[in-house]
Design a protein around this ligand. Structure first.
Ligand code: ADP
Ligand code: MG
Length: 275
């Protein structure tokens, strides 16, 4: 049984590259922290873009998600604070690209992160430390790293880019979620679908958004993340867009998304408790 104050663990996943996973992990995490949540970003993409985007230089990545997955480094010790109050990160680096192969020879290879997460919950509870959300930034692949993330998560958040091929590959992602549910983590839920890089001047964006809503119904967040140049500039300053330009449309959208997510969670908790 999980404690009431256990963190909600959400894998940000889509095997397509460039759809806004990392951008969403960074900025949703920042927005959640900005509205008072304690948040941890777990970067499990060997590219380490979430780590760079949250201002953790490579030289500061003493322990990484590689150490957590392969060397059983406790997450609580691998975690470092970011410049955003309430937001910490477990960074990644290129070591992780070899982890797939290393993990594949280990016993219970799909449960490595799950075990680390269980220990993290215990360590946090013991220390009286709070963590409300853990967002896992997954690599652009349905590999063993992503499977570890899904096995360790309560739910999956799927960013979909508003472009012609948005739905392509989605059935494969859903099939993987089903497989993880069937074999590794029967409680894995779909948290929701977030439409990214929405361009309101472009009819195609509106068409894609309508198609996705028809397909996924109320699993699609009302908040859409607009295509906004400030969002893409921010990482080169090692900042989430909320710190780079709080007033731009991208920042405001991520705040909207964070509020929607927290509301969704509160509703889920209310529905679980019999009146
Ligand atoms: P993924 O992690 O899925 O590969 P990223 O989050 O790295 O995708 O985004 C891919 C590219 O698109 C990056 O260069 C990023 O800066 C840019 N990008 C993401 N979201 C937006 C947005 N809302 N507006 C403009 N550019 C964006
Ligand atoms: Mg990424």
């Amino acid at each position: 049984m999980l404690a009431d104050n256990a963190p909600k663990v959400i894998a940000v996943a889509n095997q397509k590259g460039g759809v806004g996973k990392t951008t969403t992990a960074i900025n949703l995490a920042t927005a959640l922290a900005a509205i008072g949540q304690k948040v941890l970003v777990l970067d499990i993409d060997p590219q380490g873009n979430a780590s760079t985007g949250l201002g953790v230089p490579r030289s500061a990545r003493k322990f990484t998600s590689y150490d957590v997955l392969v060397n059983e480094k406790p997450m609580r010790d691998a975690r470092i604070d970011t410049t955003v109050p309430g937001l910490s990160i477990i960074p990644s680096d290129a070591d992780l690209s070899g982890a797939e192969l290393e993990l594949s020879n280990m016993p219970r290879r799909s449960y490595r992160l799950r075990h680390a997460m269980d220990r993290f919950r215990r360590d946090m509870a013991e220390a009286g430390d709070r963590c409300d959300y853990i967002l896992i930034d997954c690599p652009p692949s349905l590999n063993l790293l992503t499977v570890n993330a899904m096995t360790a998560s309560d739910s999956v958040l799927v960013p979909l880019q508003c472009e012609f091929f948005a739905l392509e590959g989605l059935s494969q992602l859903l099939r993987t979620i089903e497989l993880v549910r069937g074999n590794l983590n029967r409680d894995l839920a779909i948290q929701g679908v977030v439409l990214t890089m929405y361009d309101r001047r472009n009819n195609l964006s509106a068409q894609v958004a309508a198609d996705v809503r028809e397909h996924f119904g109320d699993k699609v967040y009302k908040t859409m993340i607009p295509r906004n140049v400030r969002v893409s500039e921010a990482p080169s300053f090692g900042k989430p867009v909320l710190l780079y330009d709080i007033n731009c449309t991208g920042s405001q959208a991520y705040i909207g998304l964070a509020k929607e997510l927290v509301k969704q969670e509160r509703k889920a908790v209310r529905e679980k408790v019999p009146a």
